[in-house]
Design a protein around this ligand. Structure first.
Ligand code: G3H
Length: 537
């Protein structure tokens, strides 16, 4: 393959249904139940997909508002007023009423599927199949969250009696939640915190990630129509201008952030009373694959390619370092290389495409720097086309004989570079896991149950998910997703998220005739939303 094979299309080579009328100049933002128009500064949006036109190429696709601290604090006021110390319309609604609003939102959201999927492809270069999956997975997540809340509500509709005290224990909202998702799952991972936060009765400010902004714009109307005013507010702009003043105000109760630990730490430190802030963080990771000498090589190669290169390796759960036993290293690396070379490269809408352009500016140059640094320190670039690139279009590179002197050993590459290390003694990969700053997941490939069992028992206290003969991943969404060390704070899953965005609150009374009568009267006439034995079927 020649570098010139990494080519971008001319406009007439793009199937009609994936052509969007660019540029999209987004002026609108959602504030206090109104879709407002912005007349200030804008930020340009550039696609990872360039369009070739008579020897020139272009990737400008639109712009979005660059709001300032004034507008950010207006969003905060709106969210705080809507919460109103827990007495606002939204936090005091019944669970059934809140579920009704979320259902309305899902219906309106589904109408925007095609537009959002198209924008996912154009803004972050995700393939059509993966963009559709991201949208559908999000819809499923919302529906499953509704079912999980119904279960939770059924469980909490009972009274508990202990030591002569009668109590009803439920979960209550926490206040104003700031939601910030990552660019690789701009829709799904923003909604994975936003929806549970909302359904539990909190109000929300959300800021889309730096890349993957415009795709939220078709959903503003759905938010406006489905929720009472001020319950959902959007802010756009530089973190320092919009997020810092919000955090410095001390009026945020939960920070839901998926991104780097450096940014998470700096945001948390801005809060004047950090003990009041609950944080839900999904951070960086460098999950290793540990390939044992008896692993099935063909199956392992397949799983490592999916693990390392799905969405071009831009997943926090991606396999970012491969340890292979010396007995099978040569065969594994050679098969890995020939399979990687066969991966179909192309534009996001191309059928069965696996390798697509990368959205982060300067990413190809960064990956090239990692490769050069590794090669200068003794690594071998294995596959013939590895590391070739044209602008944002980068062909995956396999690096063999990687060691701890190389940047790629330490840094989270978050892209299509696969570092491989041959080991003799199993202690080498285990030491890597122990000494790593990250603690999300690991994958073991092998066939001996006794040996695998000892590795499982060592690894489960270092990471939060050990995958056997399977790539690392977050899903299914009802499994707990979390990490140790610099990889996460709190746990997300359909079940856990409802708990993360709420606090257990109870009403308790000494079990005597007078109190029983009071409780009975409240229940009989449905006088309270909280103290109630009603439940949703
Ligand atoms: O980027 C991190 C994501 O949470 C990974 O999710 O394993 O479903 O691709 P995934």
């Amino acid at each position: 393959m020649d570098k010139s094979e990494l080519i971008f299309p001319a406009i007439d080579q793009i199937p009609e249904k994936y052509r969007i009328k660019f540029p999209i100049k987004q002026r609108e933002y959602l504030l206090n139940g109104n879709i407002e128009n912005w007349y200030g500064e804008f930020r340009d949006v550039f696609s990872p997909v360039y369009i070739e036109n008579s020897g020139k190429s272009d990737n400008y696709i639109g712009s979005y508002p660059m709001m300032g601290s004034k507008e950010a604090l207006e969003a905060l006021d709106a969210a705080e007023n809507a919460y109103s110390h827990g007495k606002g319309e939204w936090p005091s609604m019944t669970v059934e009423e809140r579920i009704g609003s979320i259902r309305k939102f899902v219906l309106l959201m589904k109408e925007q599927r095609e537009t959002v999927v198209n924008l996912l492809m154009w803004e972050i270069g995700k393939s059509l199949a993966d963009s559709q999956k991201e949208f559908d997975r999000t819809v499923d997540y919302i529906n499953d969250t509704i079912e999980a809340l119904k279960n939770l509500d059924r469980e909490s509709s009972r009274f508990t009696i202990s030591d002569g005290i009668i109590a009803q224990i439920r979960r209550a909202p926490l206040g104003v939640v700031l939601c910030m998702g990552p660019y690789n799952y701009p829709l799904n991972e923003t909604f994975a915190t936003l929806i549970p936060a909302l359904i539990m009765g909190n109000t929300v400010i959300f800021k889309p990630p730096k890349l993957g902004v415009l795709l939220h714009y078709p959903l503003l109307k759905a938010f406006k129509e489905a929720f009472p005013k001020g319950v959902v507010n959007t802010v756009y702009g530089r973190g320092a201008n919009v997020i810092s003043p919000i955090m410095e105000s001390g009026r945020i109760n939960v920070l839901a952030f998926i991104g780097s630990s450096k940014v998470a730490d700096s945001l948390k430190q801005l809060h004047p009373k950090p003990h009041r802030l609950k944080s839900v963080l999904g951070l960086e990771a460098k999950n290793p694959a540990i390939i044992l000498k008896d692993a099935d090589i063909d199956e392992t190669v397949k799983e490592c390619i999916t693990g390392a290169l799905s969405y071009n390796g831009q997943r926090c759960t991606a396999l970012k370092l491969i340890y292979v036993h010396e007995n099978i290293a040569a065969e594994f690396v050679s098969k890995l290389s020939s399979e990687v070379e066969k991966l179909k490269k192309g534009m996001p809408w191309d059928e069965n495409v696996k390798i697509t352009p990368l959205p982060e500016p300067g990413k190809s140059e960064y990956l090239t720097e990692l490769i050069n640094d590794a090669v200068n320190n003794g690594a071998t670039l294995v596959n013939p086309n590895g590391g070739k690139y044209n602008k944002s279009f980068f062909f995956p590179a396999i690096l063999n004989n990687v060691n701890d002197k190389m940047k790629v050993y330490h840094e989270e590459q978050f892209g299509p570079v696969i570092p491989v290390i041959t080991y003799k003694d199993i202690q080498e990969p285990l030491d890597y896991v122990t000494n790593s700053d990250y603690g999300q997941q690991a994958s073991i490939f092998g066939n001996d149950p006794d040996y695998i069992a000892t590795l499982i028992d060592t690894l489960v206290n270092q990471v939060c998910r050990v995958n056997v003969n399977s790539q690392c991943q977050r899903g299914p969404d009802n499994f707990p997703f979390t990490g140790r060390k610099d990889s996460a704070e709190a746990t997300l899953s359909i079940y856990d998220a409802l708990r993360v965005f709420s606090i257990r609150t109870l009403v308790a009374a000494k079990e005597n005739e007078g109190n029983k009568k009071i409780i009975h009267d409240i229940l009989k006439d449905d006088k309270s939303n909280f103290l109630s034995t009603d439940f949703i079927l």
